[in-house]
Ligand binder design. Sequence first.
Ligand SMILES: NC(=O)c1ccc[n+]([C@@H]2O[C@H](COP(=O)([O-])OP(=O)(O)OC[C@H]3O[C@@H](n4cnc5c(N)ncnc54)[C@H](OP(=O)(O)O)[C@@H]3O)[C@@H](O)[C@H]2O)c1
Length: 247
Amino acid sequence: MKIVIVTGGSRGLGASAAIECARNGMGVVVTYNNNPDKAEEVVKTIAQSGGKAVALKLDVGNTSSFPAFRHAVATELETLWGRRDFDYLVNNAGYGLFNPIATVTEEQFDGLSNVHLKGPFFLTQILLPLMADGGQIINITSATTRVATAGVAPYASFKGGLEVLTRYMAKEFGGRGIRANSIAPGAIRTELGGGLNDEFEALLAGQTALGRVGEPEEIGGVVASLLSNENRWVNAQNIEVAGGYII
Ligand SMILES: NC(=O)c1ccc[n+]([C@@H]2O[C@H](COP(=O)([O-])OP(=O)(O)OC[C@H]3O[C@@H](n4cnc5c(N)ncnc54)[C@H](OP(=O)(O)O)[C@@H]3O)[C@@H](O)[C@H]2O)c1
């Protein structure tokens, strides 16, 4: 059985990715930050369908917590699956923040940087020794790296950095058969940045070829699919999954 770690798996895209991966036969480690109950719901949903999952606390913005997290992962791998390694890492955890460049504070900038770029960098680094050869890393970026959207400059910039980092991961980890790809969602109906109001949703739907915003399952399914053997030659790519957003 392949094992995947999904950061930010308590809600939204991460929860959907966790459930879709379990449906494809993977064991799942989901992480949560402020919502342990939501993460336990995901674990329960997976268990009810005959899968196996566990939820662990992780603040991706706090690198000093990573050694303890790695230790907790190693313990769960041994206890639940009798393994000393895992196969896939999905760096998904994140949050949105709207503020124009003119008024972004240094604290807001650093917070977004820590969660969207520094966190995935050092989390991947610390988990690498536990990752099996032939595994894969998927970094969740954003369509805002391609289409400038006023109000999300630091967020989009760090997502852009994460997209570049993905190619460097593919370059440096390829010798172990580890692939790295990024998925760039367009607007998806989650609680990100407080969620979509009707007006914003209508605007985004109007800018999308398929005429609507996406649903979490439409990203979760792509994550699971990209991890499958059928996609084993896809490497170092950024895959926008956005229904044809501003084309
Ligand atoms: N929804 C979209 O339209 C969209 C578009 C492009 C990219 N994305 C990206 O997709 C990813 C998931 O977003 P979403 O839409 O699913 O958002 P969401 O519904 O708000 O869920 C965010 C998830 O990330 C976790 N999280 C937030 N801050 C964290 C931190 N500091 N450390 C660890 N976990 C943290 C949350 O955990 P708790 O709830 O436990 O605190 C939750 O599980 C993000 O990276 C986001 O930037 C989303």
